[in-house]
Design a binder for this molecule. Structure first.
Ligand code: NAG
Ligand code: NAG
Ligand code: NAG
Ligand code: NAG
Ligand code: NAG
Ligand code: NAG
Ligand code: NAG
Ligand code: NAG
Ligand code: NAG
Length: 357
């Protein structure tokens, strides 16, 4: 797939995944993708906007967006976030495969596009005609961040994207698969802030599995700029790898994970493989490729493979199994058994204790 140069020039985008009050890992495009600053001095960085996140019933992260509909000036809908696409979609009225969520009725003043747009995100997807609409993203302090001419897929067909409490998806990916970065909210802001060289956001996410959190507080999206008070220490930078025609996974970009380690009672397995990963809050399962999964579960006594459920395979494990999973993003990208441990400053590690029953 050829990506038009004009869209690349605008597509400098920094994402920052924050574990509150801890380390952070940030993803950015390689330098060739950045818009050169035309000013000799760098512009003032924008002020962080705090966008509260809620969980839907499946533990997915949602924001509130209000839109004019055919019956209301301003109806609020829950939109899930996805970094795997830059397309925004909303469940259209009458869509029978849209999960039973509140649907969107197009105002009569809105002109619908004639062609059907189709987007796939991993194994899910939506399709429908396209409209442009004004959006208001609800902020923590009661105000909202508004923008115009956001293009929406008004879904009349969908597969596992919407749910009973998700009516839309806000695409905060790059749209590199379609080469249409200009259909993203980030492009709107860059077009209106021509001296800025990049768009950044941060995600400070709470875990949906955190039993101590009975509230619906899923964390905060730091819009326009990551909030520096939300992390400590240095940021580990990883360059996003854009999807290309040989990619078999439906996502705009990938992050290279440098190593992973599973540790448990009788298990200690590591791999330094430079695995390409999709980091997307739309999916809160950790999914490993089959080869790696076989290695891991093969080492756990008593584990067995279940029948494949759609594209993934599920394993059952003995109830008393406890594993700690450590994912490392950061240099050196390849380690051999003879390489000395590296300083923590250049690495980002995510540790999770997995209790399996
Ligand atoms: C992004 O732009 C800000 C100015 O708004 C600048 O301070 C910062 O260095 C830029 N970051 C990158 C990675 O280019
Ligand atoms: C979104 O709107 C609903 C209903 O108006 C409200 O209950 C919820 O708290 C809002 N969530 C956020 C994150 O603003
Ligand atoms: C819709 O609501 C937001 C606040 O949630 C407000 O900023 C915006 O002006 C409203 N738009 C209209 C057309 O009423
Ligand atoms: C949406 O707006 C863009 C330009 O901002 C325009 O090119 C496109 O045709 C519009 N689409 C519709 C369906 O109105
Ligand atoms: C969407 O894309 C898929 C795969 O390319 C295709 O099978 C499907 O027919 C498309 N749907 C529409 C509505 O274009
Ligand atoms: C979705 O909308 C498009 C364009 O309006 C139409 O061609 C298509 O048949 C519709 N599909 C469904 C499942 O309603
Ligand atoms: C909410 O925060 C934004 C960004 O800091 C600010 O522009 C706006 O005035 C604030 N609104 C209120 C009601 O405090
Ligand atoms: C396509 O992406 C893969 C990684 O997904 C990479 O290994 C390969 O070199 C890329 N091919 C091209 C032509 O860029
Ligand atoms: C697990 O293996 C790694 C190397 O693969 C080693 O550094 C670590 O000490 C081992 N941990 C335990 C508890 O044996």
């Amino acid at each position: 797939m050829l990506i038009p140069l004009s869209s690349l020039l605008l597509s400098s985008l920094c994402l920052c995944l924050l574990i509150p009050q801890h380390e952070a890992v940030a993803f950015e495009f390689p330098p060739a993708f950045k818009r050169a600053s035309s000013e000799s001095s760098t512009p003032q960085p924008p002020v962080t906007l705090f966008v509260p996140l809620n969980f839907d019933s499946n533990g997915r992260y949602t924001v509130n967006i209000s839109l004019p509909t055919s019956s209301s000036q301003n109806q609020s809908f829950a939109f899930a976030l996805s970094t795997s696409t830059g397309y925004t979609s909303v469940a259209g009225q009458g869509c029978s495969s849209c999960g039973g969520s509140p649907t969107y009725s197009v105002p009569s003043s809105i002109e619908m596009g004639t062609s059907v747009q189709n987007v796939s995100v991993l194994d899910s997807g939506v399709a429908g005609p396209v409209m442009n609409q004004t959006c208001n993203l609800h902020l923590q302090n009661g105000s909202s961040w508004s923008w115009t001419d956001q293009s929406f897929i008004v879904a009349n067909q969908s597969n596992s994207i919407f749910s009973s409490d998700i009516s839309g998806v806000l695409g905060i990916g790059t749209n590199s698969r379609e080469g249409s970065f200009n259909e993203t909210p980030m492009a709107f802001w860059l077009a209106n802030n021509p001296t800025q060289t990049n768009f950044s956001y941060g995600l400070a996410l709470n875990s949906p599995n955190d039993a101590s959190s009975s509230s619906n507080d899923a964390g905060v999206l730091h819009w326009l700029a990551p909030d520096e008070n939300s992390y400590e220490g240095d940021i580990t930078w990883k360059t996003l790898i854009a999807s290309n025609s040989s990619s078999t996974v439906n996502a705009d970009s990938f992050v290279e994970m440098d190593s992973w380690n599973f540790q448990g009672d009788n298990v200690n397995i590591s791999a330094y493989t430079g695995l390409l990963t999709v980091v997307d809050p739309l999916f809160n399962d950790l999914v490993f490729p089959q080869n790696e999964a076989r290695t891991i579960y093969g080492a756990i006594p008593g584990s067995s493979r279940q029948d494949a459920i759609s594209a993934t395979t599920v394993y059952t494990l003995p109830c008393d199994t406890q594993l700690q999973l450590t994912l490392t993003f950061g240099r050196p990208s390849r380690m051999g058994p003879d390489i000395q441990p590296i300083s923590d400053i250049s690495r980002f590690q995510l540790k999770q204790l997995l209790r399996l029953c």
